[in-house]
Ligand binder design. Structure first.
Ligand SMILES: [Zn+2]
Ligand SMILES: [Zn+2]
Length: 273
């Protein structure tokens, strides 16, 4: 490759993913989402503490609710990641910035460290609020029942894990993490690098979940994502991962055709990844 050609490709790499800086209006939107979500989750947890004796909650119920919240956070992270990898493209204005970030991440994985947590947390707080608001309303309209208490406890693990899901993803990409994070990764509480690397060394169509991978190991293995793709493809005629494959080809990266997936899965199993 000539120096001029190499320079042109380098410029293409820089420009292709460039997005406008956040406007003041977008930043206000993020701050509002973070504040609202935090207020709803904290107020709901305060209600649980204030009414604890009235509901006589069992310790195993607390544990189960927290585990359920962590599982749902992982599942939602996987569904969001899957939707961006499989169906969205950068020509849809509302999701353009996120699409470019996930395409860039597939081509240059380490560039996620240029994205600050505060920019991720605002959007994710709004998504958390979609779940938190109905749970909070449930506590108001069904205050005597124990069921909303369990839902709030689940929210107690769900909301922070969802808001921090791109941080747990970053930990899955770091070559060095603090000892506490490494222990949590080894024990399966947080996303491990080995689990997430299967997403990157393949065709970006497995291991979508980026909180802890629990939903990949259960619903993912049972065919959740392939089943959803079948439904979307049948109903809309859209082809899965079309945009992702175009970006990979544009940057000279290898694309594994979808029909070769059983063979690809066998190769990955043999390599122990
Ligand atoms: Zn990644
Ligand atoms: Zn991906």
């Amino acid at each position: 490759m000539s120096p001029a050609h190499a320079t042109r490709r380098a410029h293409d790499a820089e420009d292709a993913f460039r997005v406008e800086p956040y406007s003041a209006k977008e930043l206000r939107f993020h701050v509002a989402g973070a504040a609202l979500n935090a207020a709803v989750v904290v107020a709901s947890l305060a209600w649980v503490i204030a009414t604890w004796e009235r509901h006589a909650i069992a310790w195993w119920g607390v544990l189960l609710a927290l585990l359920a919240g962590a599982f749902v956070a992982d599942l939602v992270s996987g569904l969001l990641h899957w939707a961006f990898d499989t169906w969205f493209n950068e020509n849809i204005p509302f999701v353009r910035r996120m699409v470019l970030q996930v395409r860039e991440h597939h081509i240059y994985p380490q560039r996620i460290f240029d994205i600050h947590f505060t920019h991720d947390a605002g959007t994710l707080s709004w998504i958390s609020l979609i779940f938190a608001a109905p749970v909070a309303a449930w506590t108001i309209f069904d205050a005597d029942s124990a069921l909303p208490v369990y839902a709030v406890l689940a929210l107690g693990s769900f909301s922070p894990l969802l808001v921090f899901m791109l941080e747990t993803h970053k930990c899955g990409h770091r070559s060095r993490n603090p000892l506490a994070v490494r222990l949590l990764q080894k024990s399966g509480v947080l996303l491990s690098p080995s689990h997430h690397m299967r997403h990157h060394c393949g065709n970006h169509d497995v291991n979508y979940c980026i909180v802890n991978g629990w939903a990949d190991r259960t619903l993912g293995r049972l065919g959740l994502f392939r089943g959803l793709e079948w439904v979307v493809e049948r109903t809309t005629g859209a082809r899965p991962q079309r945009d992702d494959h175009e970006w990979l080809r544009r940057f000279g990266r290898q694309v594994h055709p979808r029909q070769a997936q059983p063979e690809r899965a066998r190769q990955l199993r043999q390599r122990g990844t």
